[in-house]
Design a protein around this ligand. Structure first.
Ligand SMILES: C[S@@+](CC[C@H](N)C(=O)[O-])C[C@H]1O[C@@H](n2cnc3c(N)ncnc32)[C@H](O)[C@@H]1O
Length: 361
C-alpha cells in the first residue's frame, strides 16, 4: 500500500466578483449560463464589505460582468470531498484506485456504517473503512456486511475500521421518528427500511383506540428490538396491557431496554405457541405479524390471540407467481376476503406486501 499526498486539489488564488448580496442569485445564474463558474463554485462573504458576496470566476471567462463589478483575487478553498472515494488517495496509490471498481452504496445504522464488498474490493477493506471514517465524522466504526444469516436474520459483520479511541462494538443507538432505540445488527434484526410501515401501524392503532374509546392491547410476537412498539408506547393513553415477544433471546434483552414498561409482558417465545397460553387467547385488539418470509404460514396460529373485532396487520414477502395462492391461503385463514397490498419491491420477482383485516367471530 503506497501512501500519497493530499486528498483534494490544493487551494489556489482565483478571480472573484464582489457583488451586492441581493444580486448574488441573479449574477450566479448569468455566470452559470456563460459557463464562467468553476466546478463546485462556492459563494463566500466579502471580508472587506459585509454587504457584498464573493463569487469565483474561471480564468478563461470574458463575461461583461467582469467590467461591472470589482474583481479581486483571493485564495479559493479546495472543493470539499464529496464521497469516501475522494479520501482514498491519502491511503492508496493512484494505480490501485484506478484498478478497482469501488463500492457505491453503504448503509448507516446508528453510528456504524455497514458496507457490502466483493472479493476485489475486500482486499482494500481497511482503506475503504478508513476513508469512510474520514468522510463521515459522526461514524464510529465501519463493518463489512457479509449478509443476513439464520431465522433471526442477523448480519455477519467484519470490522474494517474504528475511530481512534472508540469502541469497536456493534451495539449502537438508532433514532427513528425522533425516538431512540438500541440495537446490534450482529445479534438482532433491525431495518430502517420499514420505518414508513411503522408510522402506518401507529395510525392504525390510533384508529382502533378511537373506535373502541379506550386504550388498546397490542400483541407484537415478532417484535425484534421493538421499533413498531416504541411509537405506540410514546403515544399517551394509547396502550393498555400489551405483549411483545421474540424467539431471539438477544432481541428480548433489547426489548426490555427499549420498551420495558409495566404495560408490556415481554417473553422469549415461539410466536406460534402463544395460542396455547389461556391468558393470551382472544386478548388483543391489534396483532402484528412481522415475519415476512413466513407470515402466510404463521398467521393461522396467531389469529386465536385476537379478540372478536380485533385487527391483524401483517407483512409478507410474496413471489409474483405465488400472489394468487397467497391471497387464497390468507382468505382461508382469515375467513373472509383480504386485500394484499404491494408495498415495495423485494427482488426482481418478489414484493414486500401488507395485509390488514378485522376479525369478526
Ligand atoms: C423481520 S424481523 C421483525 C422485527 C421487528 N418487528 C422489526 O420490525 O424490526 C422478525 C423477527 O422475528 C423473530 N422470529 C423469528 N422466528 C420467530 C418465531 N417463531 N417466534 C417469534 N419470533 C421469531 C426474529 O428473531 C426477528 O427478530
Amino acid at each position: 500500500m503506497v501512501k500519497r499526498g493530499t486528498p483534494v486539489a490544493p487551494s489556489s488564488i482565483m478571480r472573484h466578483l464582489s457583488v451586492p448580496s441581493r444580486e448574488t442569485q441573479s449574477i450566479l445564474c448569468q455566470l452559470k449560463a456563460a459557463a464562467a463558474l468553476p466546478e463546485g463554485a462556492r459563494v463566500r462573504a466579502d471580508p472587506t464589505d459585509e454587504t457584498r458576496r464573493l463569487i469565483p470566476v474561471i480564468d478563461s471567462a470574458t463575461v461583461d460582468l467582469l467590467t461591472h463589478y470589482p474583481v479581486i483575487h483571493v485564495d479559493s478553498p479546495p472543493p470539499s470531498p464529496r464521497s469516501y472515494r475522494d479520501h482514498l488517495n491519502t491511503i492508496l496509490s493512484q494505480e490501485i484506485i484506478e484498478s478497482v471498481d469501488w463500492p457505491t452504496r453503504h448503509e448507516f445504522v446508528g453510528d456504524l456504517i455497514l458496507i457490502k464488498l466483493d472479493s476485489s474490493q475486500r482486499e482494500y477493506g481497511d482503506a475503504i473503512g478508513q476513508a469512510l471514517l474520514n468522510q463521515h465524522k459522526r461514524t464510529r466504526a465501519v463493518f463489512e456486511d457479509k449478509g443476513v444469516t439464520g431465522d433471526f436474520r442477523v448480519r455477519d459483520l467484519n470490522l474494517l475500521a474504528v475511530r481512534e479511541g472508540f469502541s469497536p462494538t456493534t451495539r449502537t443507538k438508532i433514532v427513528e421518528s425522533g425516538q431512540e432505540l438500541w440495537t446490534d445488527p450482529s445479534s438482532v434484526y433491525y431495518s430502517s427500511r420499514l420505518s414508513h410501515e411503522r408510522e402506518g401501524t401507529l395510525e392504525c392503532a390510533k384508529r382502533i383506540r378511537e373506535h373502541l374509546g379506550r386504550p388498546i392491547s397490542v400483541c407484537d410476537p415478532y417484535a425484534g428490538v421493538g421499533p413498531s412498539l416504541l411509537p405506540l408506547v410514546k403515544e399517551s393513553g394509547l396502550l393498555g396491557e400489551s405483549f411483545a415477544g421474540d424467539l431471539n433471546p438477544k432481541a428480548v434483552e433489547f426489548l426490555h431496554e427499549n420498551i420495558g414498561t409495566d404495560k408490556f409482558t415481554i417473553e422469549c417465545v415461539d410466536a406460534r405457541t402463544l395460542q396455547s397460553t389461556d391468558s393470551l387467547r382472544e386478548k388483543f385488539d391489534l396483532l402484528l405479524v412481522n415475519i415476512p418470509h413466513d407470515a402466510i404460514e404463521h398467521t393461522p396460529d396467531l389469529l386465536p390471540l385476537l379478540r372478536d373485532g380485533g385487527v391483524v396487520r401483517g407483512w409478507a414477502i410474496i413471489e409474483d407467481e405465488d400472489f394468487e395462492a397467497a391471497t387464497n391461503s390468507l382468505t382461508k385463514s382469515l375467513g373472509k376476503d383480504v386485500e394484499i397490498e404491494v408495498r415495495r419491491s423485494y427482488s426482481a420477482t418478489a414484493n414486500l406486501c401488507r395485509f390488514e383485516s378485522q376479525i369478526n367471530r
